[in-house]
Design a protein around this ligand. Structure first.
Ligand SMILES: *[C@@H]1O[C@H](CO)[C@@H](O)[C@H](O)[C@H]1NC(C)=O
Ligand SMILES: *[C@@H]1O[C@H](CO)[C@@H](O)[C@H](O)[C@H]1NC(C)=O
Ligand SMILES: *[C@@H]1O[C@H](CO)[C@@H](O)[C@H](O)[C@H]1NC(C)=O
Ligand SMILES: *[C@@H]1O[C@H](CO)[C@@H](O)[C@H](O)[C@H]1NC(C)=O
Length: 450
């Protein structure tokens, strides 16, 4: 995935990708350079004369002051209710599921926040841009969650077509498509990819008043491709202010846990979770610890050096032996090592959770998904990279009772990582959205003084 040289450059590719791409770039340029004399957010609103052919933003400008206040008032109410729930241990009614127990940092506050989100949240999706660079995502492969979430936002009931009621604005940029197509087309340089993000922000900030109003703070993007963080640098305020939902949640590469959202990488080989979820109970798991995968990056290098073919209880492989199945080993093992590769995230963490194996996170600088809600220590083990040599000792030292409890919790936390078509309450789609919601309610926007 980090090597883009495998992309094809057949004539088909030229017709379906290169030409539309060039046309699209031209369109974006045209839109950007269209003089926007009609509406300037920095000037006092002009009284409308009945004869003037006023473009829509000017008409909206009269309403929008009151509307932002209403949007902020609804968030303030949600904020207060969540705050109240933090200290109150009476759980709210819920027909489907009531979060409880040690899995959650504060089950009541989470539950209330979730319900407030369902009651309140409205998302506006910019319509600008054509597939495949916008409004489209491949939902297969190890980055498939990007396409799945993009699509699920577009069809969700949180969507509003009235931007004046929206709490959040979604930029439907397809980072996978940009990375797959534009990189090679443009001779493997970064800036054309970054320009696509910048041009899109310029386009929507010229045509609509909402970006400038908050400098992007109530706007969000979703990208699972490794390069999403790098591409987002192309638009300064997108990088600095917006909520970036990223699989590559590397805190030493600009990921800000208070603003950005960590999205789990999820690989669905058949496009659904059928056959992936479930596994035998703890007592039937005979292998202590399992890992199989390529030696990408320094962490896996150390893991291999220390553990490959060293100990029958520590099944660490680069290539899986023929008599073992990959998912079969997740189901037979107590612990499954999830090391960073070239990038911090990989689908193993969710595979382990799906199959009842306890994830052993072996990562530096990784912001874990849903960390502000979930108590990860109750269903996963974190081992520091410098402790790899002690991996077996550390896992053997976990008391049996604690292992059993973690395993039970892992089964319970599964619902929050499940992908459903269409989405179900409390599943991964809703958890990602809830993370975005939490970040939005922490920001208070004010109508700029003019
Ligand atoms: C937003 O700000 C940019 C840069 O200052 C400006 O070019 C653009 O016209 C503004 N958008 C609106 C809708 O006023
Ligand atoms: C929380 O519940 C416990 C019993 O389950 C009760 O003793 C305590 O007073 C409750 N606290 C609050 C703040 O309601
Ligand atoms: C696979 O074969 C090896 C020996 O070749 C054996 O030690 C191991 O137990 C086998 N594993 C499974 C899952 O059958
Ligand atoms: C995270 O970012 C740092 C700083 O750029 C980099 O050195 C490191 O390799 C990244 N980690 C992974 C696993 O990609």
């Amino acid at each position: 995935m980090a090597d883009p040289s495998s992309s094809s450059s057949s004539p088909k590719f030229v017709y379906f990708v290169v030409i539309p791409l060039i046309m699209l770039s031209a369109l974006v340029l045209i839109f950007n350079h269209k003089p926007s004399s009609s509406f300037s957010f920095l000037l006092p609103p002009q009284p409308l004369s009945p004869t003037s052919a006023a473009p829509p933003p000017v008409v909206e400008s009269k309403r929008k002051y009151g509307d932002l206040d209403m949007v902020e008032a609804s968030l303030a109410k949600a904020r207060a209710n969540i705050h109240e729930a933090r200290t109150n241990n009476e759980s709210s009614y819920d027909a489907d599921y009531i979060p409880h127990g040690p899995l959650y940092r504060n089950p009541n506050a989470f539950h209330r926040s979730y319900l407030e989100m369902e009651k309140t949240l409205k998302i506006y999706i910019y319509e600008e841009g054509d597939p495949p660079l916008y409004h489209y995502g491949n939902s297969l492969g190890i980055l498939g969650i990007e396409g799945i979430i993009l699509h699920q936002i577009e069809i969700s009931s949180f969507r509003t077509t009235d931007p004046l009621r929206a709490h959040l604005f979604f930029l439907p940029i397809s980072f996978q498509s940009i990375s797959n197509y534009a990189y090679v087309v443009h001779n493997r340089a970064w800036y054309p990819l970054q320009n696509i993000a910048r041009d899109y922000v310029n386009l929507i900030s010229t045509r609509h008043p909402f970006w400038n109003r908050s400098l992007g703070r109530d706007h969000f993007i979703v990208g699972c491709h490794d390069w999403t963080p790098k591409i987002s640098i192309g638009a300064e305020n997108l990088y600095k202010n917006s909520i970036r939902v990223l699989c590559n949640a590397n805190t030493s590469e600009g990921f800000k846990p208070g603003t950005d959202v960590s999205m789990p990488e999820i690989h669905l080989p058949e496009g659904t979770t059928d056959g992936l979820i479930g596994g035998p109970p703890a007592e039937e798991r005979s292998v202590l610890v399992f890992y199989a995968g390529g030696i990408h990056g320094y962490i896996r290098q150390v893991l291999m050096e220390q553990w490959r073919n060293k100990d029958p209880e520590v099944q660490v492989h680069e290539y899986l032996p023929e008599n073992m199945s990959y998912y079969g080993m997740f189901r037979r093992s107590k612990y499954c090592v999830c090391p960073s590769g070239w990038e911090v995230a990989s689908p193993r963490m969710v595979e382990a959770i799906y199959m009842g194996c306890i994830p052993v996170l072996l990562k530096d600088h990784y912001a874990k998904p849903f960390d502000d809600v979930l108590e990860w220590t109750k269903f996963a083990v974190e081992v520091e990279v410098k402790e790899i040599a002690n991996l077996k000792k550390i896992l053997m030292a976990v008391p049996r009772e604690q292992y059993l409890e973690m395993q039970r919790n892992g089964v319970r936390v599964r619902r929050h990582f499940e992908v459903n078509f269409p989405p179900k309450r409390y599943d991964v789609f809703h958890m990602i959205l809830h993370s975005v919601w939490l970040r939005r309610i922490n920001v208070q926007l004010h109508q700029p003084h003019i």
